[in-house]
Ligand binder design. Structure first.
Ligand code: ADP
Length: 374
């Protein structure tokens, strides 16, 4: 019998999968189904590459994953399935999926309208595909439930906090992984998860004490297509003077802003770095300036820092972005060794505050939680 746990990370038009053995940190298989719809395509590394076209839905993607895995391991015995779930509300720990939990998570969909419904669709598809196999929900918010009140609230009348208008923070699975592999002497760290979605977290003694993402996955840093922090007066203006509907504003803030909106070229950092256009350089400049400001702000929340860590597609791969962010932080003792920066780490600092590049591994956090319920 090949006993294993499966991890699923369902996005709006993608599904990331990994198959882990019952023990150990190396996956047996990893894969991605993207552009789910008429052009959907699944690529699974088993470790040889297995490809399936016409992935029209998350359910079809999961069936194709099962087909490929059972072809490769006819004796596959799935002992648990772990799911990434963006919003877990006030839950501090990951949890086995039950009908009651699903109802609770559905009620949180309005808090994360562009992510949560897809996560839940992935769970429904997996429950149909693997009846009787324990499933566990792993929340991006859970890691941040250690926020002190001042870092958890907005300066609104207190009743809104009680109603759930809080700084939940996201990317918690990534922060959990990164903080678990950091050198033990780093006790006050800012971790920058810079990908298509981007946020930063202040981690003291392994616990999140502040994060740039707040109530929704829109706050904080600018992202591929999301605005990041915005003067709330802009929203009032859009509603009152430009008569924009909530749906139009949502589309603007989630899908047309950030690097894409600023550059008018692309949401993809690689494309912007390769461009000679002034607007591309300005978009990167806005991104890195906001990142530098947030590093300083999060450091202040901890009374200083010992380490700055970069992860995520941009954080792990863009020497230019790291250079531009750190260029504004020399006064805090953050300086880069450029040769190491160009080599992508792992240590890229030139002394003072340690600066590290740590490839994140959300799947492993999910797999470990899934093993816990198996
Ligand atoms: P997601 O949030 O969707 O998981 P990723 O963490 O995969 O996103 O990050 C995607 C981002 O990483 C894109 O903007 C992409 O351009 C950027 N990226 C990936 N590789 C590089 C690279 N070599 N140089 C610059 N940016 C990169």
């Amino acid at each position: 019998m090949t006993r294993a746990v499966l991890t699923l990370n369902a996005g709006s038009s993608s599904l990331k999968v990994a198959l882990y053995p019952e023990a150990g940190d190396m996956p047996l298989a990893t894969g991605l189904a993207d552009r789910i719809g008429p052009d959907g395509h699944l690529r699974l590394k088993l470790p040889d590459l297995h490809e399936t076209p016409r992935i029209t839905s998350h359910g079809v993607a999961i069936e194709a994953v099962i087909d490929a895995l059972t072809l490769r391991w006819p004796d596959l015995d799935l002992v648990a399935v772990g799911h990434r779930v963006v919003h877990g509300g006030l839950r501090e720990t990951h949890a086995p999926i039950t009908p009651d939990l699903l109802t609770e998570l559905e009620a949180l969909s309005p808090f994360a309208p562009l992510h949560q419904p897809h996560n839940l669709a992935g769970i429904q598809a997996a429950m149909q595909a693997f009846p009787g196999v324990p499933q566990v929900a792993c929340f991006d918010t859970a890691f941040h439930r250690t926020h002190p009140w001042e870092a958890d609230t907005f300066a609104l009348p207190r009743r809104f906090y009680d109603q759930g208008v809080r700084r939940y923070g996201f990317h918690g699975l990534s922060y959990d992984y990164v903080s678990s592999v950091l050198p033990a002497d780093l006790t006050r760290v800012v971790v920058a998860h810079l990908g298509n979605g981007a946020s930063m977290c202040a981690i003291r003694d392994g616990r999140s004490i502040a994060s740039t993402m707040g109530f929704s996955a829109l706050d904080g840093l600018p992202m591929g297509t999301r605005s990041g922090q915005l003067d709330p007066g802009v929203l009032l203006y859009l509603m009152e003077q430009q008569a924009m509907s909530p749906a139009e504003i949502s589309d603007l803030l989630y899908k047309q802003s950030g690097l894409l909106g600023l550059s008018g070229i692309s949401n993809d950092m690689r494309v912007l770095e390769a461009s000679d256009a002034k607007e591309a350089a300005q978009a990167i400049g806005y991104f890195t300036l906001r990142c530098a400001r947030e590093v300083a702000g999060l450091a202040a929340a901890m009374g200083g820092i010992d380490g700055l860590v970069f992860c995520g597609g941009i954080g792990e791969n863009s020497a230019r972005v790291r250079r531009q962010i750190c260029a504004g932080l020399g006064w805090m003792g953050i300086t880069l060794d450029e040769a190491r920066n160009l080599a992508h780490g792992p240590e890229i600092g030139a002394g003072g505050v340690r600066v590290l590049v740590v490839p994140t591994n959300e799947e492993l956090v999910i797999a470990k939680a899934a093993r816990g319920v198996a």
